[in-house]
Design a protein around this ligand. Structure first.
Ligand code: ZN
Length: 251
């Protein structure tokens, strides 16, 4: 289940929860998209603002925001953006996403945003935060948020939904940042560990390998359901569907 949610082929509100990653760092799940809220002595940081239907819930839980980090323009992560930008938060966005002012809740003549190109480093109340642009990933102007001292990444969605290679390469880039104790906050659903990401890359690699050897989708599904631990069959409640989705997207 975790794996499926990580790549967000279907973006829908699935869970509602509140997880304290470390003191003053809380992840709210089930807000359309996951939202991270970090309180510091120098103002609070919010990563993404949920989908429009959950925006009020996010605002209730995260009422005071100095910096609103917007990982990308999609509506399930920007529902509260207009409210926050109109009430004084500084929106931090990638240069390419800035073009879509309306989707990220900014006015044309507004000056309440920061944009960047490759990486952007912030220190808010002693908390180091690094924003890293992911070219060719989920969508234009998409970035991940890395807390190097905390070993936490808010990765939102790493899939562009069409190209498995891009997906795998982005995942590998994440892996380069990760250590055994890493916590990855995906766009939707449960938090992930390094083992989850390793497995996620592995499953794609294996499906690719079988396809290149000439196996048909039907054969892959059949062989993996016969092989007890093959392709982590035990891991997915709906492995057949997922294998089929990946298989079709391989180029
Ligand atoms: Zn998205």
């Amino acid at each position: 289940m975790k794996l499926f949610l990580f790549i967000c082929l279907v973006c829908s509100p699935l869970f509602g929860g509140e997880i304290e990653i470390f003191p003053n760092f809380i992840v709210y799940t089930g807000m359309g998209g996951n939202v991270s809220y970090i309180e510091t002595d120098d103002g609070n940081v919010l990563i993404n603002s949920g989908s429009p239907e959950y925006a009020m819930g996010v605002i209730e839980k995260a009422p005071e925001v100095k910096y609103l980090l917007t990982t990308h323009k999609h509506k399930e992560h920007t529902g509260g953006n207009t409210y926050y930008s109109e009430t004084g938060a500084l929106v931090v966005t990638h240069e390419k996403a800035r073009k879509h002012l309306k989707s990220i809740g900014l006015k044309k003549d507004g000056d309440n945003y920061i944009s960047f190109e490759d990486t952007y480093k912030m220190n808010v109340g002693g908390e180091d935060i690094k924003l890293i642009y992911q070219p060719n990933a989920h969508v234009d102007g998409y970035y991940i948020v890395y807390f190097p001292r905390r070993n936490v990444i808010h990765a939102a969605n790493i899939s562009n939904g069409n190209n498995i290679d891009v997906l795998i390469n982005t995942s590998k880039e994440l892996i380069n940042l990760t250590t055994e104790n890493i916590v990855v906050i995906p766009g939707h659903g449960d938090l992930l560990t390094k083992a989850d990401i390793d497995m996620y890359i592995d499953i794609h690699t294996r499906i690719r390998g079988l396809k290149e050897q000439g196996y048909s989708l039907k054969q892959i599904i059949k062989s993996t359901s016969e092989e007890k631990e093959g392709l982590y069959n035990w891991y997915f409640p709906d492995s057949e569907n997922i294998i089929s989705t990946y298989f079709k997207k391989l180029r």
